[in-house]
Design a binder for this molecule. Sequence first.
Ligand code: ACO
Ligand code: ZN
Length: 165
Amino acid sequence: MVLKANYRLRRFKPSDLDWVIRINRECLPENYTTLFFMNLYKRFPETFIIAETNVEIVGYIMCRIETGIPSFKMLGITRKGHVISIAVLPKHQRKGIAQALMQETMQAMASYKAKECYLEVRTSNLPAIELYKKLGFEITRTIRNYYADKEDAFVMAKQLHLSMK
Ligand code: ACO
Ligand code: ZN
């Protein structure tokens, strides 16, 4: 695991919700209702993961497992893990936390039998795009005006293997 010793990853639990909402509001313009967070947790608990120190929660990742058209050359439909949101508090960034959260969630996606992991990211969000590239994601398409402020999104995807560690 790339994670430093003073950080731990574990599954989200409902008592973490206020922390996760605070981190989401501080780090991203895409914010969600309490119900939205709790629905993701209830449906896909294995892929809702937080990073913490001894004193506070510093990052989270939450995902949805979907059925849809594969991003890579394959016929029919496939099960896909969709990263809905990931964020790490600014003062804890660049320590490998997001990379560890992504790796942990991709393992959990494979346990839900997802064949790929995908996400949307602002075309200007270089830190996040670099993170996903480092993890082996490719840009598969661009969605014009995806965000509320009309910025475009890249869709980035990576194939998952059941043996993934
Ligand atoms: N500039 C360039 N590359 C970066 C940067 C940066 N600022 N941050 C991360 N990376 C790349 C690097 O390759 C880095 O490896 P290195 O440090 O060895 O060079 C690699 O990503 C791993 O970095 P981590 O330390 O694991 O990333 P971190 O914990 O800092 O979190 C994140 C990255 C989540 C993008 C963070 O900057 C953040 O919370 N940003 C605001 C919220 C956000 O943009 N979330 C993603 C939106 S898209 C979505 O949610 C699906
Ligand atoms: Zn999305």
